[in-house]
Design a binder for this molecule. Structure first.
Ligand SMILES: Cc1ncc(COP(=O)(O)O)c(C=O)c1O
Length: 439
């Protein structure tokens, strides 16, 4: 631990970190979030590696946006080529966006037949909600309470994590996200699937009593931001049936689990065994270039287009599409979904092995390359303080991870998709060494 503290002080001094942070505060305003007690000044990336301003190398086990690896040459080349040829917007006819959708839609059930491109996941969710509202002619929305779907006025109502300016919207009801059975310290309710569906029914009844009706249930099918609880197969099916019976639509936010990260399936909703009416996409879609979007039932999207027309100056421009297409092709050509399945399994096996040695390591869970381990105290209760100390210690060993979950006690591990078994070994060694340094 002494080593860790000395290292941190050296970083702060050599890097003029304090000065950079003061400039950020002055120019960007207060409370701009940073990772780690001693924030990183990253200047370069390649594959699963990042370098700071002192030339120190970090294994990136956190960033899911550089999906096919930081600065993947194929994506860089596609962006550069298109940038040097043309960049306009969707009011001109362009074939690239059509070719992209033709390819993307093959990844979905045929019922989802058209889409819209936006610049962020927040915009995609905002549009998805409005699509459901127009289509159903109702305004009520059911969401889970402890997630994050983005930052527009409408979307920020979907989580208790954000302040709701002007109070809670009466057309949104947030229900408790599932807890799952994989924690050491919480018993799963008898049938969590029934329980969750019951909460959805109660929310629908409340929305109906307010004259709002049910337009949609929006969920991340992996409950990624809620700590990806281990849930029984078919967990969401009953809840979706209740929504449909009330005339609402099901929106799956695939911003986190999508594009093959879960290894077993290309989309989180496939893994969950449900068929959504609308799917939203983001983060990994353009490997860091701002591309996000919505894929929906054609009748739902057409209803929205008739009312809103919808134009987004930058959404779906040729450069964004080039980035998205190169990303999708790289996922396929490099077999990254298989890698997520294989390497993710290996990682969880190694973490379970380590958990046998350290009692503070609780349940290891997740799927593909989206996984984590609960950090517990001596009573097997969630220990967010220790989790925070751990990620800071790991950062000083050159490995980047973060925390998530309702209590902030789950180590969140989501590396770029090409990560190899040797790099997983470095991650596990870093966790082991960091735990030892704290003794
Ligand atoms: C599940 C989920 N949906 C939507 C968003 C918002 O995406 P963006 O930051 O691109 O607006 C996020 C961002 O973290 C997210 O995790």
């Amino acid at each position: 631990m002494t080593y860790v503290i000395r290292e941190a002080l050296e970083i702060a001094a050599e890097d003029n970190l304090a000065e950079l942070l003061a400039r950020r505060r002055r120019l960007l305003g207060p409370n701009v979030p940073t990772f780690y007690e001693h924030p990183l000044h990253i200047v370069r990336g390649n594959g699963v590696w990042l370098w700071d301003s002192r030339g120190r190398k970090y294994l990136d086990c956190y960033n899911n946006v550089p999906h096919v690896g930081h600065c993947h040459p194929r994506v860089v080349e596609a962006i550069a080529q298109q940038c040097g040829t043309l960049n306009t917007h969707t009011r001109y006819v362009h074939d690239a966006i059509l070719e992209y959708f033709e390819k993307l839609l093959t990844k979905f059930h045929r019922q989802l037949g058209s889409g819209i491109l936006t610049c962020s996941g927040s915009e995609a969710n905002d549009v998805a909600l409005r699509m459901a509202q127009v289509f159903t002619n109702r305004t009520g929305i059911v969401a889970t309470d402890n997630t994050y779907h983005g930052n527009t006025a409408l979307v920020s109502q979907l989580s208790d994590k954000n302040a709701h300016i002007g109070g809670d919207a009466s057309n949104v009801v947030r229900i408790a996200a599932p807890v799952g059975q994989a924690t050491r310290y919480q018993d799963m309710p008898e049938d969590e699937s029934q329980c969750f569906a019951g909460s959805v029914s109660d929310a629908i009844a409340l929305l109906e009593s307010r004259g709002r009706g049910c337009a949609a249930l929006i969920v991340c099918p992996y409950f990624a931001n809620e700590g990806f609880p281990a849930l029984p197969e078919g967990f969401l099916s009953l809840a979706c049936a209740r929504v449909r019976a009330a005339g609402g639509l099901v929106i799956c936010d695939e911003v986190q689990p999508g594009f093959g990260r879960l290894g077993s399936h290309f989309w989180g909703h496939e893994r969950a065994g449900i068929q959504p009416d609308i799917v939203t996409l983001g983060k990994p879609m353009g490997n860091g270039h701002p591309v996000a979007g919505i894929v929906a039932r054609s009748d739902v999207l057409a209803a929205f287009r008739r009312v809103f027309r919808y134009f987004n100056t930058f959404g779906g421009n040729p450069v964004a599409v080039a980035a998205a297409r190169a990303t999708l092709e790289t996922i396929e050509d490099e077999g990254l979904v298989d890698n997520a399945l294989r390497t993710g399994r290996y990682a969880r096996q190694q973490l379970r092995h380590l958990a046998g040695k350290w009692p503070v390591l609780g349940a290891v869970r997740g799927s593909g390359l989206y996984f984590g381990v609960e950090i517990c105290d001596v009573d097997c209760l969630p220990d967010p303080r220790l989790a925070s100390r751990l990620i800071n210690a790991m950062r000083h060993t050159g490995v980047l991870v973060s925390t998530t979950g309702r209590f902030g006690s789950l180590l969140k591990i989501r590396p770029p998709m090409p990560i190899a078994a040797e790099e997983i070994d470095m991650l596990v060694d870093s966790l082991d060494n960091s735990l030892r340094s704290m003794q």
